[in-house]
Design a protein. Structure first.
Length: 334
């Protein structure tokens, strides 16, 4: 112990030398076993064509959740999480929009429920909302409501003929006068008939059965020899009839000898309110002769036919044979 005290520094150096020799020996031993420890990793794997099944259930579940995220559902406040139900003030009273009707259908005065506007996320408190066309299909919101279609989908809209209205029933008089006849009345096909179309230049024409009256839409169809007793003179009076037919409408008119008969041509003056026209705005005006075909945009390949018309309505046959009644545009209700 005395020697250690006297040679302390030498003793420390000796201890360090011994430790160093121990560490060196350990490193040498580990280095010798390195190849043995990694021999498995260095070997070539065996070849195989079999691929293990991949478990993708978790991936599918993640995709499903990403495609259908959780959402807030609430009928009372527009699906808004931190927003209360909407209210408005009417005559100093707080009202719930879903239980009232702020807007009126301008064509018949019926109230449009507020809930309808709310369900389609339309601006209920905007005074012009009934006359807006958010989906751009040419039909106003109020008309989509009336015909139970979706105002937010362009392919959901009323039939186009619902925007057709009768503007006016027009009758244009056309006068004809059967003035005389010549030939054997027992053989009408050989006879000549003198006819004067007074509203087509008043030029007398001589025609036979089966011939057209020039400058008119009429064709001579048949002749009947007729007489009757004249109450004033007591003599037999010639009241023979010449039947003519309107080649456009198929209407027949009996012309009585030496009398003027009027056969008015008729047509409907129509007003088409598509694309969307607000109340008070004028639509497209066009004339349709009775029994004639016409089309409505944008379906210009489909044909409608005006069957009959009067002051109060027009009767139309649609493209599939359906019968349609067209009325005048109704008074505006506010």
């Amino acid at each position: 112990m005395d020697w250690i005290k006297k040679n302390y520094d030498q003793f420390i150096l000796a201890l360090l030398a011994v430790a160093l020799l121990g560490v060196s020996a350990m490193l040498v031993l580990r280095a010798q076993g390195f190849a043995e420890q990694f021999s498995g990793a260095m070997s070539m794997p065996s070849k195989s064509k079999d691929i293990g099944a991949l478990d993708i259930d978790r991936i599918k579940e993640a995709q499903r959740q990403a495609g259908a995220p959780a959402s807030w559902k609430a009928e009372t406040h527009g699906n808004l999480l931190f927003t209360s139900e909407r209210y408005y003030i009417s005559n100093g009273v707080l009202k719930s929009p879903g239980t009232d009707a702020l807007h009126t259908y301008s064509r018949n005065g019926t109230k449009i429920p507020n809930k309808w506007f709310i369900d389609y996320n339309l601006p209920l408190l905007d005074k012009t909302v009934p006359f807006q066309d958010p989906d751009g299909d040419g039909f106003l919101n109020e008309n989509e409501w009336f015909h139970k279609t979706d105002p937010t989908k362009k392919d959901s809209h009323p039939a186009y003929h619902t925007e057709l209205f009768l503007k006016q029933w027009v009758k244009v008089p056309f006068r004809l006068k059967f003035q005389a006849y010549d030939g054997d009345t027992t053989k009408p096909a050989t006879m000549d008939f003198q006819v004067n179309p007074l509203d087509a230049g008043a030029r007398t024409q001589f025609v036979k059965i089966g011939q057209d009256i020039e400058g008119t839409k009429f064709k001579v169809m048949k002749f009947e020899k007729k007489e009757r007793l004249n109450d004033k003179t007591g003599e037999q009076q010639d009241v023979s009839e010449l039947t003519v037919e309107n080649t456009e409408t198929g209407d027949s008119v009996a012309l009585i000898l030496d009398q003027i008969v009027s056969s008015p041509s008729q047509f409907g003056k129509m007003e088409y309110m598509w694309p969307a026209k607000k109340p008070g705005e004028q639509g497209q005006i066009f004339d349709v002769p009775r029994t004639k075909d016409f089309v409505l945009k944008p379906e210009v390949t489909l044909k409608y036919k005006l069957d009959a018309v009067n002051d109060t309505e027009a009767q139309i046959t649609g493209p599939t044979g359906e019968k349609i009644v067209v009325k005048p545009y109704p008074p505006i209700h506010k």
